[in-house]
Write a protein that binds this ligand. Structure first.
Ligand code: ZN
Length: 198
């Protein structure tokens, strides 16, 4: 039996992706037993992120600074732009620095079923970034789902007439595969073997 405060904490943790009631209880117990080495550092980290959390006005990433750490990194190749559906995809591709360029997060994918049209996604902002110049290649890194591929086709059409090479991740991605769930080897291979959009 636990107090209401501890129950509230357990329930909040249990709602996190990848956790459930059992893992949440174990995590809470761990935090309670290690107040100074686990609970308080976690609390400070949560507060720091919550205070400063902001979407990047350039690429749509979420970070504690705007521009985000990816956009602000001068070592990245600004001429290569990788377009992804969600922030989770950016983070997946950014693990181990798989993509050396910059990113653009659409905020979803086109879906007639869910009523998501081009105006609901960060597509105009993408076209503006490309039209502003300095970009040689746009890599369309949509998920290997029907909606992801529909989105990639639409973007390729919108980018026609701009002086950029438009490529997409190689097939070999599992159909229905979401980038976030792929291991680094598979992602790296799909990036290396990227090909022009037909
Ligand atoms: Zn950014």
């Amino acid at each position: 039996m636990a107090s209401r405060e501890i129950d509230t904490l357990t329930q909040a943790l249990a709602r996190l992706p990848g956790l459930g009631p059992r893992s949440a209880r174990r995590a809470v117990l761990h935090l309670l037993k290690r107040r100074e080495t686990a609970l308080e550092p976690l609390l400070r980290a949560l507060e720091a992120v919550a205070e400063r959390l902001t979407p990047c006005s350039t690429c749509g990433n979420v970070d504690t600074s705007d521009p985000c750490a990816v956009c602000a990194d001068p070592r990245r190749d600004a001429r290569a732009l990788c377009v992804v559906e969600e922030v989770a995809d950016l983070w997946a591709l950014d693990r181990a620095r798989l993509f050396p360029g910059r990113f653009h997060v659409l905020g979803g994918r086109l879906s007639a079923l869910d009523g998501v049209g081009p105006e609901d996604l960060s597509i105009d902002a993408l076209i503006r970034r490309v039209a502003d110049g300095g970009v040689d290649e746009v890599v369309l890194a949509m998920n290997a789902t029907l909606e992801g591929q529909t989105t990639a086709h639409y973007l390729a059409e919108r980018l026609e007439g701009h002086p950029v090479r438009v490529t997409q991740l190689a097939h070999g991605l599992p159909v229905g595969g979401e980038l976030d769930y792929l291991d680094e080897g598979t992602l790296a291979q799909a990036l290396r073997a990227r090909r022009p959009v037909a």
